[in-house]
Design a protein around this ligand. Sequence first.
Ligand code: 9WN
Length: 409
Amino acid sequence: MTDRDLDETARAILRANDRGGYTIPTGGLYPFQWNWDSAFAAWGFSTFDPGRGWDELDTLFAAQWVTGMVPHIIFHKEDAGYFPGADVWATGATPPSSGISQPPVAAILARRMHEATGDTERLRALYPKLLAWHRWWRDWRCPNGVACVTHPWESGRDNCPDWDLGMARVDTSDVGEYTRRDTGHVDASMRPGKEDYDRYIAIVQFGRACGWDQETILRDGPFLMGDPAITFILIRANRDLAAIARVLGEDDSSPLRWADDLEAALPWLWSDALQAYVARDVATGSFASAISSGAALGLLAGVENAAMEARLARIWDSVRYGIPSNDPAADSFDPRRYWRGPTWPVVNALIAIGLQSAGRVEEERRLRRETAELIRQGGFFEYFDPLDGTACGGDNFTWTAAIWLAWAN
Ligand code: 9WN
């Protein structure tokens, strides 16, 4: 297949996963609208149908809560093929949605979409919603300065080693029986384990029991960890939002201030032992024991740190394809198990945005080449083994098709 054939296939995947104004990540495994998947889908659509790209973001933000939170899943239509569905979350939201958020990449990608396609009016309509969402992150997810997550699913990097410590403290004794659906769609050895799922569900049950009251969740919730990835994404997203505000002639210095405050709080995530920014448990102060791709997203935020760069260079050089989601030197590294080792094209694309901004042309080219090679060899899969390139997880994946069109090709 030539690259132009792959372009055609990628566009066909986006069209096939389109459910009318929103896309699903892939049929079967993920039958609803996911937050950061949709932002990537919008970026992909913008390369051949800009109006449809903006529609994707509009549908996502139409599900924004009055608090400003943009949920991580929007259950537009019922589908028994995924667990936990709307009935388990029981948030009472319209449209039905989950009760947590996901990485705030929308402003970063909306800015790029606008630069490529114009359409200032579509961006203008989105701006107050982006601002409200970023304010929500500031008010409800930065209890000690950096961005924290209240559930591993909120991080978008579900079972990465960052969360092991916090997850170990989650009590699962009252979870009860439930039936997973994910392992009916893809190889169970590539998915999070049973113990992980019990804990995921226990955290959801806590949120549901307190009516998704954020004060209670932050104060008494079973899981709260500082996330280097979301902190870095939010730094970049706030600076991009400030740039959007300038284009629109809006006068609000809040996003720049929020970005500076996040950057000033970064030392809290610095592990002397690992010489990297890693996740940290708010309750105990303990650091995660491995360097994940969350650290590499420092490049997206433009954070400079020589010691960290040396670690990242070693990690990248120890695999053949892309930035791995976990350090191959760590005991927890598993090259095909979801966020415990595989490389994810979308994360590579975010890192590349940072490399581009910093004028690091050679590294950006290398990351693009390695990611493109994975897709050329394996197709539009969810993620890949960084050692031998084996394609893993779901096929015909929206965000892999999107980043092929918008960046990797
Ligand atoms: C839970 C849809 C989502 C991605 C996440 C990825 C995975 C869900 C799951 O799939 O998470 O949100 O059920 O495993 O980890 O990043 O947004 O593609």
